[in-house]
Design a protein around this ligand. Structure first.
Ligand code: MSP
Length: 475
């Protein structure tokens, strides 16, 4: 048994959650459930990122006190997490007093790597990020993620001397001591690190009032990324607690847009604090609509709650964990979602359960005993899971479901019922059901709800009763 620590990015509370936010939750939850099944003690940390101008401006526009506004939206993220059947063990808000105090202590510990200087250059408020002239030129002055022109700013800032750590960070990434997944992102980051300048880590209060004050200098507040990244260790009680049981993190899930903050600023902070680097940073792709970014102006934004309500949470998890590739951008469209629901979940799995349970019930088949199935007994599946290739592990488990359907068509248990002996029928159905229970176990980190129902239906030593309504009713 190991102690495992897994985290998600903490979203900004400048609005309600959107569909893009679900990937972090679902991937981390799958990892959490898989490791829990392996018998590990897992801490699964998430939360909300509440400071910064974006949140402040939205609250102001809505005419709501900023901390009330942050609380309302933070609650919406908590509600979404519950709807997704995602089970974090910790939820931090960066406005928690303990977090703010710990952040200030972290700042003090980093002081020998921090200096004051003036900054004149570009900033993207959407990314809460300083932009180099090179990036400005490459993007013609407009942020590709937010489609807004970069702002010119000129101000006094504190800087974190990335140059103190750069070579060590590059080496840690090259040697996979800090493993960046997928590999093509690792290459991008190594390229970026070559000419990464020191990073501004504060903003004057006049430009950013909604933030954690810098210790001993009330004219400045912390740059949101310093505050946000710290959450991964303040949530464990750093600096006053010994966090070595759970730190370094085993897996940190983030979207591709924020990988650079997690692989440049974050390692620099950790090195400055004398803490080890996380073992894996897994960067997932973006959810697109017909190959396009979702945006309010294009009118193609999907509301996660609407999609969950459509066919239930297992159908939602099914689509996002199987059909959205773990590492690269993938499409969500309602048509594809419907297709996956009807042709795969309802046909492959729902019908299979119904058919097997009905046959077993009609012929009084009871499963005598089932050995506890260990989730790591299938080598190929474990390899995929351990490499964070979750969508491939899911495909692999699904193939097992499809193979059981094929076996039924070939072995025709209904004919054995007519022409064979009771023993032959029992042997055939028991073997099919055990195969289903094995596939079910492999599917359980992805589809916790329905797999639990299936285990209950086919529980050893009791009458097998087919579900009254199909597991995935068709429209
Ligand atoms: N607050 C920062 C993260 C700080 S972590 C110390 C932030 N917030 S965010 O709300 O913009 O994004 C939260 C997460 O959602 C990130 O992992 C981001 O990549 C992810 N996504 C946002 N839109 C997305 C898609 N359309 N598709 C997939 N994930 C995307 O960044």
């Amino acid at each position: 048994m190991s102690k495992i620590y897994v985290t998600t990015a903490i979203p900004y509370v400048n609005g309600a959650p959107h569909i893009g936010h679900v990937m972090d939750y679902l991937l981390a939850d799958t990892y959490y459930r898989y490791h829990t099944k392996l018998g590990d003690e897992v801490r699964f940390q998430t939360g909300t990122d509440e400071h910064g101008n974006k949140v402040f401006a939205k609250a102001k526009a809505a005419g709501i006190d900023v901390s009330d506004y942050a609380s309302q939206n933070s609650q919406k993220f908590k509600d979404l997490i519950a709807l997704l059947n995602v089970k974090p063990t910790g939820f931090i808000r960066t406005t928690d007093k303990d977090h703010e105090r710990r952040c200030q202590e972290i700042w003090k510990k980093l002081e020998s790597h921090i200096y004051k200087s003036s900054y004149e250059g570009w900033y993207c408020e959407g990314c809460e990020n300083f932009v180099t002239q090179k990036e400005y030129d490459e993007n013609n002055g407009v942020c590709p993620d937010h489609q807004k022109p970069y702002q010119k700013i000129s101000e006094e800032n504190y800087y974190l001397r990335i140059s103190d750590f750069k070579d060590k960070i590059i080496k840690a990434i090259q040697d996979d001591e800090l493993l960046i997944l997928p590999d093509f992102r690792k290459k991008e980051i190594l390229e970026l690190l070559k000419d990464t300048p020191d990073v501004s880590v504060s903003r004057p209060v006049k430009s950013l009032s909604w933030g954690v004050p810098i210790p001993d200098d009330d004219s400045q507040v912390m740059y949101v990324w310093i505050d946000a990244l710290s959450n991964y260790i303040t949530a464990l009680g750093y600096p006053e607690n010994d966090i070595s049981d759970f730190w370094p993190a085993d897996a940190q899930f983030v979207g591709k847009d924020i990988l650079r903050f997690h692989t440049i600023i974050w390692p620099a902070m950790l090195m400055g604090l004398g803490l080890p680097l996380p073992k894996v940073i897994c960067s997932h792709g973006f959810i697109l609509a017909n190959g396009q970014k979702m945006s309010k102006s294009l009118g193609n934004v999907v509301d996660p709650i609407e999609a969950i309500n459509k066919h239930g949470v297992d159908a939602f998890r099914y689509y996002f964990l199987r059909h959205i590739d773990t590492f690269v951008d993938s499409d969500f469209t309602w048509d594809k979602f419907e297709d996956a629901y009807n042709n795969e979940l309802a046909n492959d799995l729902g019908n299979l359960v119904q058919r097997l349970a009905t046959l077993a019930n009609k012929n009084n088949i009871v499963i005598d005993s089932t050995e506890e199935i260990a989730i790591d007994t299938d080598r190929q599946y474990s390899d995929f899971m351990n490499l964070f290739e979750f969508s491939k592990a899911f495909d692999y488990a699904w193939e097992k479901v499809q193979n059981i359907n094929k076996r039924i068509d070939v072995e025709k248990p209904w004919e054995i019922a007519k022409n064979g002996t009771a023993d032959q029928l029992k042997e055939c159905l028991t073997s099919l059901i055990k195969e289903l229970l094995f596939a079910n176990e492999l599917l359980s980190p992805f589809l916790p709800g329905v797999t639990e129902k299936i285990s209950t239906i086919f529980k050893a030593g009791q009458e097998i009763i087919p579900p009254k309504t199909p597991l995935f009713p068709k429209n």
